[in-house]
Design a protein around this ligand. Structure first.
Ligand SMILES: NC(=O)c1ccc[n+]([C@@H]2O[C@H](COP(=O)([O-])OP(=O)(O)OC[C@H]3O[C@@H](n4cnc5c(N)ncnc54)[C@H](O)[C@@H]3O)[C@@H](O)[C@H]2O)c1
Length: 257
């Protein structure tokens, strides 16, 4: 069990479909203890999902944009475990006008909100948790390949480009403390966040056609297993990395007919 004895904080579970739910499930099966976070209106949904994990777990309050929630998170994790071996950032949000083909008309406020919640928040979470982390700890975030422009992804794509950069700067600043920071760049998966993106299905079709290994939008297990690997000691010399888990889509320029 590659996560035996690890204490992990997992954000971003809203339903059983959430990538973070599958990460938590796999992490428990690999021997980890898990705490989840959620906030506001969706907390009840997270609590329901938390009961469906192999080991039901507690849910801590965290709106990642709220500094008092971040302070309370540090205190709660310290009280619960004293220290923390790893964290998953699985948080993204963009207002409606920032997605779905309205790139040229989205407001600065919407673009800024997408950046704050989806990219800056990795720094906020890392800053709140790093004081609890021993050397060897690991922080993982979730990316959608931001090296190219996509249909409909718009300002969320720009926020993901920022997330990629934030993870490299965190790797720089936390590396000397022995804390690793990496991203998993996942292919499209049918979660609440993804279904909220108009045109998601067309994008998913392209992955099915073009990925040399094929791509199943209903199977989050390959992404969840890679998250577990990056949280584990097997990845102890990896930081500032982006691991693509997309059936190989990113490596191929056009579908092979
Ligand atoms: N589903 C995909 O196709 C796909 C592909 C690549 C990357 N990702 C990324 O995976 C991550 C998880 O998304 P998902 O697809 O599992 O969807 P999801 O809707 O299940 O998860 C998104 C989570 O973000 C949380 N969140 C939003 N605003 C927040 C805030 N202010 N504070 C704290 N939490 C907040 C929501 O509560 C939710 O739990 C996101 O970063 C997403 O961009 C998803």
């Amino acid at each position: 069990m590659i996560l035996e004895g690890k204490r992990l904080l997992i954000t971003g579970v809203i339903t059983k479909d959430s990538i973070a739910f599958h990460a938590a499930e796999h992490a428990q099966r690999e021997g980890a203890s898990v705490l989840l976070t959620s906030f506001g209106r969706v907390r009840r949904m997270t609590e329901r999902a938390a009961q469906r994990l192999p080991e039901p777990v507690d849910v801590l309050e965290l709106d990642v944009n709220n500094s008092s929630d971040l302070e309370a998170l540090t205190a709660s994790v310290r009280e619960c475990w004293g220290a923390l071996d790893g964290a998953l950032h699985a948080i993204a949000y963009a207002p409606e006008d920032a997605l779905g083909g309205r790139f040229m008309t989205a407001s600065a406020e919407s673009a800024t909100q997408a950046f704050q919640t989806s990219a800056f928040s990795l720094k906020s979470l890392a800053a709140a948790l790093a004081p609890l982390m021993p050397s060897g700890a690991s922080i993982v975030g979730l990316d959608f390949d931001a090296s190219v422009a996509w249909p409909v992804y718009d300002w969320m794509g720009v926020a993901k480009a920022a997330l990629e950069s934030v993870s490299r700067y965190l790797a720089r600043d936390l590396g000397p403390k022995g804390i690793r920071v990496n991203l998993v760049s996942a292919g499209p998966l049918g979660t609440v966040a993804a279904r909220g993106i108009p045109g998601f299905e067309q994008l998913a079709d392209r992955f099915r056609e073009q990925a040399p290994l094929g791509w199943d939008t209903s199977d989050p297990a390959p992404v969840a297993r890679t998250i577990c690997f990056l949280l584990s000691d097997y990845a102890h010399a990896i930081t500032g990395e982006i691991v693509h888990v997309d059936g190989g889509f990113h490596a191929i320029g056009a579908p092979v007919t």
